[in-house]
Design a protein around this ligand. Sequence first.
Ligand SMILES: Cc1cc2nc3c(=O)[nH]c(=O)nc-3n(C[C@H](O)[C@H](O)[C@H](O)COP(=O)(O)O)c2cc1C
Length: 201
Amino acid sequence: MSVVIETVVTTLDESGEPNFAAMGVVWGAETLTIRPFTNTRTYRNLTRTGEAVINVTDNVLIFAKSALSRERFDCTPAARVRGVVLRDTCYWREVSVKEVVLPRGDAPGAGQADVVTQVVGGGEVRQFDGLCRAKHAVVEASILASRLRFLPRDEILGELIRLDALVEKTGGPEEREAMEFIRAHVAKKTSIGRLVRGGER
Ligand SMILES: Cc1cc2nc3c(=O)[nH]c(=O)nc-3n(C[C@H](O)[C@H](O)[C@H](O)COP(=O)(O)O)c2cc1C
């Protein structure tokens, strides 16, 4: 059975600048499959350069920001591919693209490609201890916020409010900052002045 691990994929753009994007990756010892929508920068960079670094981190602010903004994060050069390793990663894999399977029958950009990659390097900085409930909630909220354009808006907003309350109850400063970033993003994208929690005015 294949497991999907939520990661931050780094690729290089046309001018060699690093791009950071949260992506679920089908995990294996030698083969990792990245599943980018074909309208993402990650897809374009992967198909052009044939290389990437897959970072596994517990820093959920990086998940939120790499899904919803173009912010650059601290990084160091990769050893086996042209690319960068996220400084705040727990461990990482450097990969080379073996095969790209395009989505079938969809309009351009509407589907996810399977980008099958070979592990050519990697390393570990610190142990990954797993995600607590609040960190999980931030990752879920980031995914939902990144799908505002193609999922029913009310459904997303309802779910975001539930996750926000969970972070408020169980999260620390890092998770609250990430959730605040997500709330501001959603408010901007939906033209809602401010996403307000129950009881807040
Ligand atoms: C945890 C998580 C997992 C995600 N997985 C994927 C994925 O597998 N494929 C994808 O295209 N987008 C995924 N996204 C959304 C992308 O991060 C988002 O669309 C991002 O803007 C793409 O950035 P890029 O255009 O710089 O590549 C995920 C977001 C989160 C928070």
